[in-house]
Design a protein around this ligand. Sequence first.
Ligand code: FHN
Length: 451
Amino acid sequence: MKLFRKVFRFAFVLMLACTGAAQAANDDARTHAQADAVQWFQDARFGLFIHWGVYSVPGRGEWVMENEKIPIAEYEKFATRFNPEKFDAKAIVDLAKRAGMKYITITSKHHDGFAMWPTKQSRWNIADATKFKRDPLKELADEAHRQGIKLFFYYSQLDWHHPDFSPLGKTGQAAGRKAGGDFNRYLDYMDAQLTELLTNYGEIGGIWFDGMWDKPDADWRLGRTYDLIHRLQPSALVGSNHHKAPYPGEDFQMFEKDLPGANTAGFNTAHISRLPLEACDTINGAWGYNAKDHSYKSSKELIHFLVRAAGAGSNFLLNIGPTPEGTVQPEFVERLEQVGRWLQTNGASIYGTRAGPVPPRSWGVTTEAKDGTVYVHVLEWQDEYLLLPPLQDIASASAFGSGETLELRRLPEGLIVKLPKASADQSDRIVVLKRSAQPVAASSEAGAHQD
Ligand code: FHN
């Protein structure tokens, strides 16, 4: 008996050691994978958000079920009319690349609970509930991988359709579900769907959660779900649009219809964390397809948002809402291509940069490249000279693009730069400040120019 106990004890200790070692190895893999993914994410700076689902059929935005208090039985009829045969994943990825975007985040499941892929977890999905017998997420994932674009999945934790999303939160009260569902069973369902998304679609850039704000006090079992994601794909980044300080396991912080910290939209109350940042917005006023919303932002407004986001150390996730046919309306295509042309010329001042040494100002922002080059983005400024704080070791100033040397005065109070002349259609006047290897002293009197 003694020998048995010794052997059992040895085996048990060995198993623990192996398990611990396996866990440590997994944690280590996750740490390295996450670090590389975070670096890539921050360098990427610009992505395409896609809100697409059966809500595109009525064409009144993705909240139509809630806004018009449509019960589930009625809402499900939209699915029978959803047959987007013109959906073309290559056209979408080509458009994202022409826009200068480095990743795509598409709604896999929005609040209506409809799965845009043939999930095995319920029949409320594109294969079982529509005539469209294709898997658009698979087509998009394959094309994105082919073209070197990362794919993220948006996934709504809020669900207006599932019987176990219970007790109800702030919304979904008119869906017509019976009370008494099992919320943990719903979370198991959610984890099972996430497992499908992180197993069957190749490398996924990350999961973009939304909807916790509907039941802020519920136990969402975040740790369990986030561990699942990190176990299935260690490099997949997790973000959640809960408008609060990030929870453990979240890898980036998002701000919606707002620049980080601006809180002009009134609900991005969270302070800016040390995590990578991403600000998202729409081209018109709608996330999901809205046939009547013609309030399109100009390409200049979109470029300014992109530049101001980069100046805040943030990515910009710009949204399109494809039509029920699966196409992208021409007003969106036109603006995305205009932003892309701007990035073709000016991308070095955005991609791979971080927030610059001068915090965002009303006149514009600064970004800084890894080699220390500072880009001063002058967006709204009518005067010939601009005063900057006394940045250290700035040796020269030049106009981005032309390389024209600009007058630079170093005073104890700061740097005075003579700006390049603005041309009529210029969205952003960019001044390039090069650092010197040696410390550069401020002159004691005005007029001392750069040598
Ligand atoms: O309710 C959603 C909305 O439909 C959309 O998905 C946006 C995108 O950031 N997020 C929620 C609103 O905060």
